[in-house]
Write a protein that binds this ligand. Sequence first.
Ligand SMILES: Cc1ncc(COP(=O)(O)O)c(C=O)c1O
Length: 268
Amino acid sequence: MARTLLSRGDRAVVETPGYPHAYEALRAAGARLLPLAVDSDTGWNLDEAEQLLRRAAPVLAYVMPDFHNPTSRSMSEDERRRLVRMAEDTGTLLLVDETTGELDIDRGARLPPAAFASRRSSVVTIGSASKTMWGGLRVGWIRAGEEHIAALAAARPAADLGTAVFDQLVVTELLGEFDDVLQHRTRELGTARDALLARLGERLPEWHVPEVSGGLFAWVRFDAPVSSQLALGARSRGCGSPPDRGSDSTGHSSGSCASRSPPARRRV
Ligand SMILES: Cc1ncc(COP(=O)(O)O)c(C=O)c1O
């Protein structure tokens, strides 16, 4: 997508902290990244976003308005509306990642940014079956205006001749009972979140854990720069945690709890 939507040297806004593989994909396409801060307590500063879009004229802005990875913040509907409006005003394409968007534990539904677009070509939305159904299913989707879809379809064979048919059949089958799959998944995530927050509150009350109402992540703030030590300690106890993944100089680090989806496994 990055190669199709961008040319070498184009500017792209990315959230920071954010999804590191998106940074890599955008950089590999030659993009110059412009950071937009997302705070784990207050979310997006849209005044700053507006200045960035007006001043730097980026070609695209990659955002996760639902259960942002890794802060788990979500934009309000007013913020979505405002972001889409400013992107349309400045000619910036919004690339909205909804990969974790359906993992709503107890937040409540919100309209996607595309619902506020006045033109189909203003927003490209992407998502995946991997977080709702099962991580082993390498099937994703793109929702975009016809001209973007045509460009993406034309560009795809150079990188990838197609998605595994078996995976697609599993996803098709699971879509038939998607509400149940999602309910099971969010119940599982809710249990994991409650356990994690309770244990952290009990054992490490000095760590700051913001509100988490969905998604896969809790962005925990330590009082000292200990994220590398934490990653090493977790690894020595058999718990995978990429060292310094997205951590920054203020000592932030992410902790993620992934759980497999039993309904998907049973169906497979
Ligand atoms: C925000 C976000 N987008 C995309 C992906 C990639 O999804 P997939 O595993 O389907 O490639 C992830 C995976 O963690 C993610 O967190």
